[in-house]
Design a protein around this ligand. Structure first.
Ligand code: FAD
Ligand code: MLT
Ligand code: ZN
Length: 564
């Protein structure tokens, strides 16, 4: 046993840690060459081609019962089957509407092409499919304002859409809502090198902002696996968490200002660039995480930290979950300010990635470990960081918290470690049907839910657990060859009740979207949800913005007609 550990220790220390450059794009990915400049996606056509390449090269086919354009009921697999009726207070699109939009946006930004609509109607998981007949591509705040003003007066429901990488069915229509896609608003407006404050339009793709800032010697405080497609407006609207939250905190702290257009077309200019501003209610926070239900975010100002030169990534194995927890505590204590990511995945997640993603290999010799942890440090002093990390690893190894591990020697190795962690959602999609959950839970209880789910489901499904351990965020996923209502009935409401009992959140970072709009009470009191519904009604009296999402629709559509 001791010999084994010593050998493992040597393997850790034999790799000379090198400082790594921050970018972690997949080395063989076509994204790299495509997404280099923040204004690289001037036309939705190119954006659409790019998305097609990312998500499998074909336009997604209609999904059986999900694809009936004329249906009035919606059946989706993201959650327990529920019937949703199209709200009859919404108007149906007519030819005058189309002419009006063409007048505002120009012919080529009013999309009725079936292929392009099929793509925009379907979410990343291919679980949710709407039947919108119209996609609009505004190029300025003024255009967004005119479009919304018109939709509000006509009671045409709309779905704001960014990169369409959302995982809860929030970014696609439920019925025939007009899709307002923000990809043409992709300009960087300003960057202040002294303060590190970036101001940009909402349609900028996250990875393009990362590249832009990298050239300036700065980084985005946000990073996630979907960075090649998701947009900063979508990130803000979902309050996306991601891989670096443990270090840089949430967007509620990093977003300094927002410009948003309300349902009636009014433009709210809250695009401040101040770190401190206590003048009245800070309304920008209402738009961070409201998933397009209160307004369309058109511009964002965001605080970006300076890029630091020394980055190290370790991929470690732990024998049990308690060791992962203890390792987290040790990492916080011993790595302190240089810790920039603490991610975990279980053995089942790693298996899935190795079996379904090409070119991914296990950096550790084949051996049964139950858990894997990816630790990243980012600092400014290469030798200090290296020594600190090595001391931490040795200490953890000697204490039995780590059973094996490797430290990346260069950027390619670091990228390959990250590829394993970031590749889990993609591998799940390749494996078949996915029931995806995203919980905040006390770290010590978190993995019990995965284990209980395994007992419940037995051999009928694979249950996998991974996520942002450093933030107390578990991604529980159930993978089966096909969707099956019997499986779903075993998962829900069990997982929600379990989470509620442990005072967790049923949405740590993905939002509620359509999937969990009616589940909000598992995490929020009735009185709180009532106040949310009042705010929604005040800001969007006709309920045209992303209907059926976020809040139970019954609390929004009380039949009252509101004149604006
Ligand atoms: P969309 O999916 O287009 O929209 C998401 C929601 O925001 C919808 O409700 C939409 O109506 C609204 N919206 C979009 N743009 C605007 C706008 N300009 N104004 C108002 N509302 C708008 N999420 C995390 O939090 N952490 C992760 O680590 C993470 N990793 C992911 C990895 C993969 C592989 C994938 C596919 C997804 C991941 N996600 C993650 C989920 C998703 O990428 C994020 O929620 C992302 O922020 C969504 O951005 P988007 O531009 O794609 O928005
Ligand atoms: C992740 O952390 O990988 C994302 O949130 C996506 C997912 O949960 O599948
Ligand atoms: Zn996540």
């Amino acid at each position: 046993m001791i010999m084994e550990r010593l050998r493992a220790t040597r393997r850790l220390l034999n790799y000379t840690p090198k400082s790594l450059f921050a970018s972690r794009s997949h080395p063989n990915s076509s994204e790299q060459s495509i997404c280099r400049s923040a204004s690289g996606f001037a036309h939705w056509g190119r954006y659409y081609e790019h998305q097609k390449r990312r998500f499998g090269g074909t336009v997604w086919a209609p999904l059986g019962v999900l694809g009936k354009a004329s249906r009035i009921q919606c059946r989706y697999f993201g959650s327990v089957a529920e019937t949703i009726q199209r709200d009859p207070s919404f108007s149906k699109l007519n030819s005058d509407d189309i002419s009006y939009f063409k007048g505002i946006l120009g012919e080529k930004n009013v999309i009725q092409d079936e292929d392009r609509l099929a793509f925009a109607n379907t979410d990343w998981m291919r679980k949710y499919k709407g039947s919108s007949k119209l996609l609009l591509l505004p190029r300025s705040t003024e255009e967004v304002s005119r479009v919304l003003k018109y939709c509000n007066s006509r009671r045409l429901a709309v779905v704001p859409q960014g990169g369409n990488t959302g995982l809860v069915g929030g970014s696609v229509p439920v019925f025939d809502e007009v899709i307002i896609n923000m990809s043409s608003m992709n300009n960087i407006i300003s960057f202040d090198k002294v303060s590190g404050i970036l101001v940009c339009e909402a349609g900028c793709i996250l990875e393009n902002l990362v590249s832009f800032l990298d050239n300036q010697g700065f980084i985005m405080p946000l990073d996630l696996g979907a960075k090649g497609s998701c947009q900063i407006g979508g990130n803000v609207s979902t309050n996306a968490g991601g891989l670096r939250l443990v270090r840089y905190g949430s967007l509620h702290g990093n977003v300094l200002g927002i410009e948003a257009v309300l349902a009636n077309g009014d433009v709210l200019d809250m695009l401040g660039t101040l770190r401190k501003d206590n003048t009245g209610y800070d309304l920008k926070h209402l738009f961070i995480g409201s998933e397009g239900s209160l307004g369309i975010v058109t511009k964002v100002s965001i605080l970006s930290p300076p890029k630091l030169s020394s980055v190290n990534v370790a991929f470690l194995a732990c024998k049990d979950y308690i060791s992962c927890q203890k390792l987290l505590l040790e990492a916080k204590r011993r790595l302190g300010e240089i810790l920039s990511a603490f991610e975990f995945l279980d053995n089942e997640s790693l298996d899935l990635v190795l079996n379904h993603l090409e070119g991914v290999r296990n950096p550790l010799p084949p051996s049964m470990h139950n858990f894997y942890v990816l630790i990243e440090t980012t600092g400014s002093n290469e030798s200090y960081d290296k020594e600190t990390l090595e001391a931490f690893l040795l200490h953890s190894m000697e204490g039995g918290l780590i059973s094996d591990g490797v430290l990346a020697q260069d950027i390619n190795q670091a990228s390959s470690f990250w590829r394993i962690r970031e590749g889990v959602p993609e591998a799940l999609m390749k494996a078949g049907a996915v029931y995806k959950y995203d919980f905040s839970l006390p770290v010590e209880k978190m993995y019990n839910l995965v284990e209980e789910m395994r007992i419940k489901l037995g051999n009928s499904a694979k249950v996998i657990g991974y996520g942002h351990l450093g933030d107390g965020n578990l991604h529980l996923n159930v993978s089966t060859p096909q969707y099956d209502d019997m499986i779903l009935a075993q998962i829900e409401p069990f997982v929600y009740e379990w989470t509620s009992k442990h005072r967790g959140s049923i949405s740590a970072e993905h939002g509620l979207g359509l999937m969990k709009a009616n589940k909000i009470f598992y995490s929020k009191s009735h009185r709180t949800v009532q106040l949310m519904a009042s705010i929604k009604k005040l800001m969007d009296p006709n309920g045209i913005l992303n209907p059926y999402k976020v809040l139970p629709h019954s609390m929004i559509c009380d039949g009252s007609s509101v004149q604006t």
